[in-house]
Ligand binder design. Structure first.
Ligand SMILES: Cc1cc2nc3c(=O)[nH]c(=O)nc-3n(C[C@H](O)[C@H](O)[C@H](O)COP(=O)(O)O)c2cc1C
Length: 377
C-alpha cells in the first residue's frame, strides 16, 4: 500500500526527475524488503534464478545493480553505455502517456560513459564475482558523434566484457541517428565482428561470454530472417526483442503521443510479441540454437506468460516499473508461479514457444491449458 502511494506521488513529478529520485532511493536502500522467489532457467552456462529482468535504460550507469536483485528480478541489463559520456538530447526528452500506460523517450544515450561505468562495475564485482546467481548484462552502443561506430563497439566490449555475464549489442535505439542501419546484413556482420574482436582482446579474454543483439520492432519479416541467419552464422547467443517503436497507433489517447522518440509500455506489447513469435517460428523451422529475451509491454504475469509461450527464454520490463512501482517484479513472479501451478508446470521451460501466435498464447494465458494432459502425454 505504502509503495503504491509513493509511486503515485513520484508519478506526479517530471519523468526524468522521478527516475533520478527512484535511483537515489534504491541506492540508499529505500525499497521494499522481499523474500526472493525462484523460477529458474538456464542459457548455456548461465543460471538465472528467475526469468524476469530489468531492461536497459533503467540503470544506465550501473549504479543500482544489487538493489534490482532485491526487488525480485533475476537479472538486469545496465546501459546503454557509450565510450565517452554524453548528455543526450535536450530536455524534456521523456514523456509519460498516462492514459496508455506508455512512455515516449528520446534520451539519445545519455550516460556517464565507459570509464565511469567501469568503476561501478569493478566495485560491484568485488562483492559479487562473475557467476553469482544474479545475472548482469552490459548493453553497449556508439557515441552519437563517433567517427567510427565499429571501433566504439570494439572498445566497449574490450573494456567491459570482463564484468558482464552477457553483452547486449544495441543497434536499435531510434534516438541515435542512423543506428538502425546496422540491421542491414553486411553492416550487422561488421558490428558483431567488432564486438568479438574487442572481447578477444579483453583483459580476461572473456571469449565465452554470451552475446545478445537487441533489435528494433519496426522491421520487416525479411529483415528479421536476415538478422537471424546472420546471428546464427556468427554464433550470437540470442536476440533481445525488442527496443522501443517509432510507430504510433491511432488508438493512443494521451496528449503526449505525438512526441518524437521511441514508444514503450502497453502499446508496444502486440508489435514486439508478433516479432518474437515470428522469430520463434524461424528458429524452430531451421532447428537453430538462438535464445530469445522478450521486452515490450510486459506489465503483469499474463503478459510475461504470453512472451514465454511465444518463445522467450527470459522476459524484461522497464515502463511498467514506472507505472506500478517497485513491487512489480514480485507481483509478476508470484503471478507466474500461480499460472504454473494452474497449468501443472514443473518448469517454466516446458511451455516455452509452444504457442503458434500471440493470440493463441493470450488464450492459453487467460484460460489455462491442462498442460500435462495435452502436451506431455
Ligand atoms: C526511458 C527509457 C530509456 C531507455 N533506454 C534504453 C537504452 O539506453 N538502451 C536500450 O537498449 N533500451 C533502452 N530502452 C528500451 C527498453 O530497454 C525496452 O526495450 C523497451 O522500453 C520496451 O520494454 P517496456 O515496454 O517494458 O518498457 C529505454 C526505455 C525507456 C522507457
Amino acid at each position: 500500500m505504502i509503495w503504491s502511494f509513493i509511486t503515485f506521488l513520484i508519478r506526479k513529478l517530471d519523468p526524468e526527475i522521478a527516475h533520478q529520485l527512484t535511483l537515489k532511493a534504491l541506492k540508499f536502500g529505500i525499497h521494499p524488503r522481499l523474500s526472493f522467489l525462484k523460477i529458474p532457467t538456464k542459457i548455456n552456462n548461465l543460471t538465472f534464478s528467475n526469468v524476469l529482468g530489468i531492461a536497459a535504460g533503467f540503470d544506465k550507469n550501473a549504479q543500482v545493480i544489487d538493489k534490482i536483485h532485491s526487488l525480485n528480478f533475476g537479472f538486469t541489463e545496465v546501459g546503454t553505455i557509450t565510450p565517452l559520456g554524453q548528455y543526450g538530447n535536450p530536455k524534456p526528452r521523456v514523456f509519460r502517456l498516462e492514459k496508455d500506460q506508455a512512455i515516449i523517450n528520446r534520451n539519445g544515450f545519455n550516460n556517464l560513459g565507459m570509464d565511469e561505468a567501469k568503476k561501478k562495475l569493478e566495485q560491484y564485482r568485488k562483492i559479487h564475482p562473475v557467476g553469482s546467481d544474479f545475472v548482469l548484462g552490459i548493453n553497449i552502443g556508439p557515441n552519437k558523434d563517433s567517427h567510427d561506430r565499429f571501433k566504439d563497439y570494439e572498445i566497449l566490449s574490450q573494456n567491459l566484457s570482463q564484468f558482464g555475464d552477457y553483452i547486449a549489442i544495441n543497434i536499435s535505439s531510434p534516438n541515435t541517428p542512423n543506428l538502425r542501419d546496422f540491421h542491414e546484413s553486411d553492416l550487422l556482420g561488421k558490428v558483431i565482428k567488432a564486438v568479438k574482436k574487442g572481447i578477444a582482446n579483453s583483459k580476461l579474454n572473456s571469449s565465452g561470454i554470451p552475446i545478445f543483439l537487441k533489435i528494433a520492432p519496426d522491421i520487416s519479416f525479411d529483415n528479421l530472417e536476415t538478422i537471424i541467419n546472420k546471428a546464427v552464422k556468427l554464433k550470437i547467443t540470442g536476440l533481445i526483442i525488442s527496443n522501443t517503436t517509432i510507430d504510433r497507433s491511432k488508438n493512443l489517447k494521451s496528449k503526449n503521443s505525438k512526441e518524437i522518440g521511441g514508444l514503450s509500455g502497453v502499446p508496444l506489447f502486440n508489435k514486439s510479441t508478433s516479432l518474437l513469435s515470428m522469430s520463434n517460428k524461424i528458429i524452430k523451422n531451421n532447428s537453430y540454437k538462438l535464445y530469445l529475451i522478450a521486452a515490450g509491454g510486459v506489465c503483469d504475469a499474463k503478459t510475461a506468460y504470453v512472451k514465454i509461450l511465444c518463445g522467450a527464454n527470459l522476459v524484461q520490463l522497464y515502463s511498467s516499473m514506472t507505472f506500478e512501482g517497485p513491487l512489480i517484479g514480485d507481483k509478476i513472479i508470484k503471478g507466474l508461479l500461480g499460472l504454473m501451478k494452474r497449468d501443472n508446470l514443473e518448469k517454466i521451460d516446458d511451455i516455452r514457444g509452444i504457442a503458434d501466435n500471440p493470440e493463441d498464447a493470450m488464450q492459453m494465458a487467460l484460460n489455462g491449458m491442462n498442460f500435462k494432459k495435452n502436451n506431455k502425454k
